[in-house]
Design a protein around this ligand. Structure first.
Ligand SMILES: Cc1cc2nc3c(=O)[nH]c(=O)nc-3n(C[C@H](O)[C@H](O)[C@H](O)COP(=O)(O)OP(=O)(O)OC[C@H]3O[C@@H](n4cnc5c(N)ncnc54)[C@H](O)[C@@H]3O)c2cc1C
Length: 604
């Protein structure tokens, strides 16, 4: 194996062009490294650092919305343009996840959800344009309010209803029970002007017309709340401060032009809603913007894990016990998972941005977001633990990153709910294929593919079978857990494939070696604890079991020799005030405390 000198390459803040780092970065950032760096520079200038202990939770909830107008001004584009640019919007979310953890909490709602809902589903009327104009500067916040306290049960059975009010020229929204109040949307701050898009079941003469979206100019720039609304401020979270609310709708009026039903619905001369789309499927069209929100959130959480991993790699190297393989085993797993998921995220984002490709993006992100957020959470927690006391200090960003990933695993569709929903399309999941997938697969990827195919066949055979009759496969306890296992397996197959494609396409042979070992570590790390499952189905011989163990060890060792390359590839800058994101944490602490070398008193 060739090795390149790592003397000048640093885990954090490395922006030079070592060929191996460049090769690995290419896999993570594609053609958009410049956009990501520009977004990161803007993000750092916002100064969104962890507040000191005197700031209350409520004050902290305001940081994100207060910084949004500056962010948009610095980007030099109106919010609607940012929302439509998949790569720029992604770069903004990714950099915020790393360097501006409060700002991150407002980005999805503003850009991917609210702006996109108005652009994709709005009728372009003066009212819709006025909403967009409010959002363009960021001084009015965009919020998408979908979740209901009583649960959304897949979404098509919402309990908030919208009924026509001819005299008022619009639709009135009602929560008619405690279950029907909107929950969690960040609308509680009385000083933050907001445009809110509510989902609700349209009812005409008592008949269900399906779930549509309704855009409300919810709170004016003067802080005046729309009539027909009551707000209760929900409990604080442990980190990731946001003004979460319960919103009781007592007849909130949305003008006719505020009904967002795209080109798939409209109103006849009598004002009745008409659409070719079957009633139950209207919900899917209405929540289309969630697809981009899930894409952004999943990848942003992955980038956040990349930052945590880079910090942990660099800091561990400065500690007296840093060469312990006990630490290194954890780090290598975190780095490999994060790199493979990062490549996968970049590839799906490229596809989402390509106007010539119309992939089933909804299904892709139902697999992608759970996988990326889950492995990002695992990686961040491991990095936090390996950084020990340093990882628990807010100045070092990890506690806020972890709080954000806890939220990110649930916001815009909880992990398990998305996996169960994706698993309903088991056969289609097997067909999800990344561009440039190699024709020849290593045996470890063949094994994962075999499991995926087996789970899909099992679920396919269960079509039409009642829940009670289904005999679960493997460690599933019923249909839904089998579906969740299916979606996770597809996700792993895609992440491993993404790393293999990165190896194939690497501009540098050493980067190719490293990317290949990343694929192997993720794949073998997935197979190793599932030996019972494979053995029972005759898919794993004793010899294969031995190869899984020896292969995992070999490829982990390759990655351990190359952790600095991988950390540098995440392209994480030195974060202000954060010793673990400095090149020398001792120097950073000296600067923070003002305790330079001459300040210390030694015994005579
Ligand atoms: C930080 C944060 C920000 C948020 N922001 C917003 C926002 O701006 N607007 C908004 O509308 N909402 C927002 N939410 C709410 C979020 O979208 C919901 O919490 C999420 O969709 C889950 O709904 P729930 O909390 O009602 O839990 P439930 O849906 O009751 O889920 C409970 C458990 O059941 C599982 N589950 C749910 N449905 C199924 C199913 N069909 N099959 C199997 N398992 C299932 C879930 O995976 C979960 O483990 C936010 C949440 C968080 C944490």
């Amino acid at each position: 194996m060739t090795t390149t000198t790592t003397v000048l390459i640093t885990h954090i803040g490395y922006r030079d062009e070592d060929p191996t780092v460049t090769g690995l970065r290419g896999a993570l950032f594609g053609d958009h490294l410049g956009t990501h760096r520009a977004a990161m520079d803007i993000m750092l200038r916002l100064g969104d650092v962890a507040p000191d202990g005197d700031v209350t939770y409520r004050e902290e909830t305001r940081i994100g919305s207060a910084l949004l107008p500056r962010l948009i001004a610095d980007l030099g584009l109106p919010a609607r343009k940012i929302a439509q640019d998949v790569h720029l919007r992604g770069a903004v979310c990714d950099s915020a996840a790393v360097a501006a953890t409060h700002v991150l909490t407002v980005l999805n709602g503003h850009f991917a959800l609210t702006c996109r809902a108005l652009l994709e589903l709005g009728n372009g009327s003066d009212y819709v344009q006025a909403c967009l104009a409010d959002l363009d500067s960021g001084r009015t916040l965009g919020v998408f309010a979908h979740t209901e306290l009583g649960g959304t049960n897949g979404g098509a059975d919402l309990q908030v209803v919208a009924v026509r009010d001819c005299a008022a020229g619009g639709y009135r929204l009602y929560s008619s029970s405690i279950e029907a109040v909107k929950a969690m949307a960040n609308l509680a701050d009385p000083d933050v002007p907001a445009v809110a898009v509510f989902t609700a079941c349209l009812e005409e003469d008592g008949e269900d017309k399906g779930v549509l979206a309704f855009a409300s100019r919810f709170r004016s720039a003067d802080g005046v709340l729309a009539e027909g609304v009551e707000i209760y401020t929900l409990s604080p979270k442990l980190g990731s401060a946001m003004p979460h609310a319960l919103i009781k709708l007592n007849g909130l009026l949305v003008p006719e032009d505020g009904v967002l039903c795209g080109d798939w619905g409209g109103f006849d001369d009598a004002g009745a809603f008409v659409s070719e789309v079957p009633v139950r499927q209207r919900f899917q069209h209405t929540v289309g913007p969630l697809i981009h929100g899930r894409l952004d959130l999943g990848i942003a959480m992955n980038r956040s894990a990349g930052a945590g991993a880079a910090a942990a790699v660099g800091f561990t190297g400065q500690r007296p016990h840093g060469d312990s393989d006990a630490l290194q085993r954890d780090l290598v797993t975190a780095v490999a998972d994060t790199f493979a998921c990062g490549v996968l995220g970049r590839m799906v984002r490229d596809t989402a941005a390509d106007p010539d490709i119309q992939p089933p993006l909804g299904l892709w992100v139902m697999v992608l977001k759970p996988l990326l957020t889950t492995l990002a959470q695992d990686a961040l927690i491991v990095c936090r633990e390996r950084l020990a006391s340093h990882g628990i200090l807010r100045c070092n960003y990890l506690p806020d990153a972890i709080a954000n990933v806890f939220g990110g695993k649930t916001a815009e569709g909880d992990t398990l709910a998305l996996q169960v929903a994706a698993g309903r399309y088991a056969k289609a999941l097997c067909l999800l294929t990344l561009p440039e997938t190699p024709a020849e697969k290593p045996w470890w990827l063949e094994m994962i593919t075999a499991r995926e195919g087996h789970l899909a066949t099992d679920l396919y055979l269960a079509t039409g079978i009642g829940r009670d009759e289904y005999e679960p496969d493997g460690d599933a306890v019923g249909l839904d857990s089998a579906r969740a296992d299916m979606a996770h397996t597809t996700g792993i197959r895609l992440a491993v494939t993404a790393a293999l494609i990165a190896a194939d396409q690497a501009t540098d042979p050493h980067a190719a070696t490293v990317a290949y070992s990343v694929a192997a570590v993720v794949a073998l790390g997935y197979l190793a604890p599932r030996g019972t499952w494979f053995q029972r189905r005759g898919l794993q011989s004793d010899q294969r079991a031995a190869e899984i163990e020896t292969g995992l060890l070999r490829h982990r060792r390759i990655l351990l020799e190359n952790l600095t390359f991988l950390a540098a590839a995440f392209d994480v800058p030195q974060l202000p005030g954060a010793p673990v994101f400095a090149l020398d944490y001792r120097q950073a602490f000296s600067e923070i405390t003002g305790w330079g070398p001459d300040s210390f008193v030694r015994p005579r």
